[in-house]
Design a binder for this molecule. Structure first.
Ligand SMILES: *Cc1c(COP(=O)(O)O)cnc(C)c1O
Length: 399
């Protein structure tokens, strides 16, 4: 039995449901952030991140800061590009626009390569853009949480190596680290940034990153100092290196409670092969996506190869809005998310399938989500097209 009070099941694309042990790790007595018990925990946490991101290169640098995923954009923008540098932003939804905004805030010059809603830039388009101009950096949103579109950082990095090997490859993995395969070394990535509250399953409040040796060197050879104080790597690199070497040091107070929660969640994640975890997410997501098809509805990401495994974004039936459906799902104690992509926000909903809701089938969260989706739509007046119903009946019962 869960030690948490009864509460609606949160099945949005982050924050996600917590494991009891992860939550309990936070109700610890106060402690010094430079005392050895916490220094050891923080150090181990940083080392475990190397395994989560699949990097064995000693030059890779894990970073954990107090903040949300967005802070990762600031760290990248303030430290790895200089004013006037060109950056190619691959756009597969809302988060491309925001990353580009952040880059521009620090004086970089972002160019967005935009795909139609529900799609992602093609390899040919990426190659063409990279060949046309020298970019200091390329960014790719692994899962764009506004559209449920999955990109392919491995393919992007391959194209970069072929046509523009000096370009840094930055992955926004806020909605993918912990649920999608990411191989930092094998794929030749320079930055993967994420946050604690999505597939990692810890409370919101930590910005988590892995930098390559090349990214660190890029920072060290800057001509102008970073345009941020809190987000400056000059301040944080020595601190992270000290903590990992189990040496107390201080720049700004970390959150012992959040780091302890992250420590437990990483231990849980790494207690099983990562490949098994990715497969569990593929299976759970497939279940949701099959239910969507059974209901006669479409996903924003039309191409199955472009569909994320940690979430599903679903077009509502014509004329229906999230406000028609979500309150009915809430009556069944399930929280889904409305739309986020500005142009179409009132026309679709999003369902998260990450973390314990996926890895602990005893919780029954995915089945509960599917039931809530079905009854939410029906209560809002949707009728399942009969031919799809019959087709599905035959599939299930072999009639
Ligand atoms: C959630 C998310 C962010 C922003 O993270 P916050 O923790 O909300 O600041 C950035 N990128 C992607 C892909 C996300 O899903």
């Amino acid at each position: 039995m869960s030690s948490q009070p009864p509460h609606p099941t949160v099945l949005i694309p982050g924050p996600i449901e917590f494991d009891d042990e992860v939550l309990q790790a936070m109700s610890t007595p106060s402690e010094s952030h430079v005392g050895m018990p916490f220094v050891n925990i923080f150090g181990d946490t940083l080392t475990m991140l190397r395994r989560l991101f699949m990097t064995e290169n000693p030059g890779s640098q894990p970073i954990v800061l107090s903040g949300s995923g967005t802070l990762g954009w600031d760290v990248v923008s303030a430290n790895l590009v200089e004013p006037g540098d060109d950056v190619l932003v691959l756009h597969s939804g809302y988060f491309g626009d925001s990353f580009a905004d952040c880059l521009a805030t620090y004086g970089a010059n972002p160019t967005q390569l935009k795909a139609p809603i529900g799609s992602r830039p093609s390899p040919e388009e990426i190659e063409k853009a990279l060949s046309a101009k020298r970019y200091k950096m390329i960014t790719v949103t692994h899962t764009d949480t506004s559209t449920g579109v999955l990109s392919d950082p491995r393919e992007v990095a391959e194209i970069v190596r072929k046509v523009s090997p000096g370009t840094l490859v930055v992955v926004d993995g806020v909605c993918s680290v912990g649920c999608e395969e990411i191989r930092f070394d094998d794929w030749g990535l320079d930055v993967v940034l994420t946050a604690s509250q999505k597939a990692i399953g810890a409370p919101a409040g930590l910005s988590i990153m892995m930098l390559s040796q090349r990214a660190v060197d890029t920072f060290k050879s800057r001509k102008v100092p970073p345009g941020s104080y809190f987000a400056s790597l000059k301040n944080w690199l020595p601190i992270m290196q000290n903590y990992e070497a189990k040496k107390p040091s201080y720049f700004a107070t970390p959150s012992p409670q959040l780091v302890r929660a992250l420590n437990v969640s990483l231990k849980q994640i790494l207690s099983r092969p990562l490949e098994e975890r990715f497969e569990q997410h593929r299976v759970a997501s497939r279940k949701v996506k099959d239910a969507v098809a059974r209901l006669g509805l479409q996903q924003l990401a039309a191409n199955p190869a472009h569909q994320a495994n940690g979430m599903t974004a679903i077009w509502l039936p014509e004329g229906m809005t999230p406000a028609d459906v979500l309150p009915h799902a809430a009556k069944l104690d399930v929280v889904f998310a409305g739309g986020l992509h500005r142009e179409i926000a009132t026309r679709y909903i999003r369902i998260g399938s990450m973390g314990v809701s996926v890895t602990n089938p005893k919780l029954g969260h995915i089945d509960k989500a599917i039931k809530a989706l079905e009854s939410g739509l029906m209560a809002a007046g949707y009728q399942i097209p009969w031919d799809i119903d019959v087709y599905n009946y035959m599939k299930v019962y072999g009639a």
